[in-house]
Ligand binder design. Structure first.
Ligand code: ADP
Length: 598
């Protein structure tokens, strides 16, 4: 029901286009029915004893009529097919845009237990089914039904007894088509699935070709791929074997009609109750009688599949976008001072598994605080509550004294820049990736931002400079270069609040220095929260907050915390020891601690 509603809602916009299709379809049926009738009229001319001049001109007229009918059919075919597809692909495009627009508003909580591939399949494959439904299944059913009714009416008009006899093979055809749908189609679907598996194995092997060579696994992998190829061949043969067996049987039952008409029609013709032209017309109409029966019995499955896809789409569209915006939410005018406060904040991703408990934290405007603590203790979770990637399960997060849930969401996020440890760059030019922070920035602002981020030099040394393509299919940048591009992005965004997942562990000392310099410039004058992985870099933070086991263990500046000889002191000493062994230091800092020096 949901699915049907969805189909109706989305096709409403294409009412006019669909009306053209329906009219074209009806005319096409009429045209098809007219041809045997024209031949019948032609034959009727010869039933008189003499061929008159009048009869000859009728022959000419019939030929012209048939020509006109075929011309009309060409035009109507175009109208039917083109406009059915205009509606079909139109609905698919509308749905895809709508789903994606909705998906962007879903909370990260929605995404945490979904697979990207699955979600992509909703946007691409499930919507594809609508094209099948609107441009093929529904028109096919409609045309078949009208043709069936039309042919039956004409046959009954010519001779109703013979018409009834001609219907005898229909139940057999229906049964056979149902069996075909039950056995042959699934066999083809299974084959299709196997092709997917073959693709997956190949993709995996080709990406891992270096490992295959290094571990001399060629023979085993050959066997693995060979096995998949063989499986596909077997399933193909099975599906094609079934199809080859079914189709002649269905054709046989369809031709039984002809046998019946020849036998009984012949008798009737001898007895002069059926004229010869009528008999020939009957035979010609028979062809039009069984095809719609086959189509109608086969379309059910197509409709089912399309509706199942529509159901999944409907479910997705019913999902409520989160976090929800309150009516009349507060619009921040200009630049916020950027004071942040967390009060009694608790948070859990899954019910009953608290990640943060009772967090009270005050970050005055333009101050720098560092979040420190063992890995997995909730640092990233805590900062993700500020731009409302998630809402706390208890307590409040506020910006300049106002609960963030009361602030217009886009406006809130515009006050915040985030530089993550795991930099994601989109496929596109370096320029586009930096402008992601503020698309309407001028060229001069862009270059200044890149300079502040210590990125300008390496960008201009590339052959295409700012136009160099990066990302999935573009040039591969080093970790340090990516980091500096993301800093340039944040500089350009120029937001009063900065969240920094500081990570320089993967870069050499020189790059680390360049990044540190860039970060120092970026931090100046902004409320900054640093998730610090290296304690050596946060000595200058106004406040260091040490998280341990879901709660704040201690706060203070570097000197105070060292004096306290608590967790921070312990973590700091561990890191100091590690730093004496360069190998360990480079590989493991994150497992032990976080802190950073600006
Ligand atoms: P940190 O930044 O201190 O390393 P996180 O905030 O990333 O810690 O994670 C805190 C806890 O929450 C961890 O136990 C982690 O497994 C869990 N967690 C993080 N993100 C998610 C998520 N999206 N869904 C469920 N659990 C999560």
């Amino acid at each position: 029901m949901k699915a049907l509603n969805l189909v109706l809602t989305y096709t409403r916009k294409y009412r006019l286009v669909l009306s053209v299709t329906i009219i074209a379809m009806l005319l096409l049926v009429a045209v098809q029915l007219a041809i045997p009738w024209a031949i019948k009229s032609l034959l009727a001319l010869f039933s008189g004893s003499e061929i008159t001049a009048d009869a000859l001109s009728t022959v000419g007229r019939i030929a012209l009529l048939v020509l006109a009918i075929y011309l009309a059919r060409a035009g109507l075919e175009f109208l039917r097919s083109y406009y059915a597809h205009v509606a079909g692909w139109g609905v698919v495009a509308d749905l895809r845009k709508h789903i994606y627009e909705r998906m962007q508003r879903f909370s990260l909580r929605f995404y945490q237990d979904k697979q990207t591939g699955q979600l992509m399949s909703h946007v691409v494959n499930d919507t594809d089914q609508f094209e099948d439904l609107i441009a093929h299944a529904i028109p096919d059913i409609f045309v078949s039904f009208v043709t069936l009714v039309g042919v039956c009416a004409v046959l009954a008009y010519i001779n109703w007894q013979l018409a009834l006899l001609a219907l005898i093979p229909i139940p057999f055809i229906v049964i056979l088509m149902r069996l075909y749908a039950r056995y042959v189609r699934p066999a083809f679907r299974e084959r299709q699935k196997e092709l997917g598996n073959l693709n997956a194995v190949l993709a995996d092997n080709l990406s891992g070709i270096r490992e295959i060579k290094a571990f001399t696994r060629e023979d085993e992998e050959n066997e693995k791929v060979g096995h998949q190829v063989e499986k596909y061949r077997q399933l193909s043969l099975r599906a094609i074997g079934l199809m080859s067996a079914f189709q002649p049987v269905i054709a046989f039952f369809s031709s039984l009609g002809l046998v019946i008409v020849i036998y009984f029609g012949g008798h009737l013709a001898f007895r002069q109750t059926l004229s010869l032209p009528d008999l020939v017309a009957f035979v010609l109409y028979l062809d039009l009688l069984y095809q719609p029966v086959k189509t109608l019995s086969g379309s059910w499955e197509q409709i089912q599949r399309a509706l199942a896809g529509a159901d999944r789409v409907a479910d997705l569209l019913e999902e409520t976008p989160e976090p929800q915006q309150k009516q009349g939410s507060f619009l921040i005018a200009g630049r916020a001072p950027g004071a942040i406060r967390l009060k009694g904040v608790c948070f859990e991703y899954k019910q009953g598994q608290p990640v943060l408990e009772d967090i009270d934290l005050e970050i005055p405007a333009r101050k720098v605080i560092a979040l420190v603590g063992p890995s997995g203790v909730g640092k990233s979770t805590l900062v993700s509550l500020i731009p409302r990637f998630y809402d706390p399960t208890q307590g409040t997060v506020s910006l300049d004294g106002r609960d963030v849930r009361e602030i217009d969401l886009q406006g809130l996020r515009q006050q915040i820049s985030i530089v993550l440890q795991d930099v994601f760059l989109f496929y596109g030019s370096i320029r586009e990736n930096i402008l992601f922070g503020r698309p309407n920035a001028t060229e001069a602002e862009l270059i200044t931002a890149a300079k502040v981020a210590n990125a300008h030099d390496f960008i201009t040394s590339m052959p295409d400079g700012y136009q160099t393509l990066i990302g999935e299919r573009g040039l591969k940048l080093s970790g340090g270069q990516k980091q500096r591009i993301s800093i340039a992005r944040a500089v350009l965004r120029d937001a009063p609040v900065l969240i920094l997942d500081e990570a320089t562990s993967a870069v050499d000392t020189e790059t680390e220095l360049l990044i540190q310099q860039a970060l120092e410039r970026l931090i100046a004058g902004r409320t900054t929260i640093i998730i610090a992985h290296r304690l050596s870099t946060i000595r200058n933070a106004d406040k260091i907050v040490v998280l341990d086991g879901r709660r704040i263990a201690e706060t203070g500046n570097h000197d105070e915390l060292i004096k306290k000889k608590g967790l921070y002191h312990k973590l700091y000493s561990i890191q100091n020891k590690l730093s004496e062994s360069p190998l360990l230091y480079n590989n493991e800092p994150e497992d032990h601690i976080s802190a950073s020096v600006i």
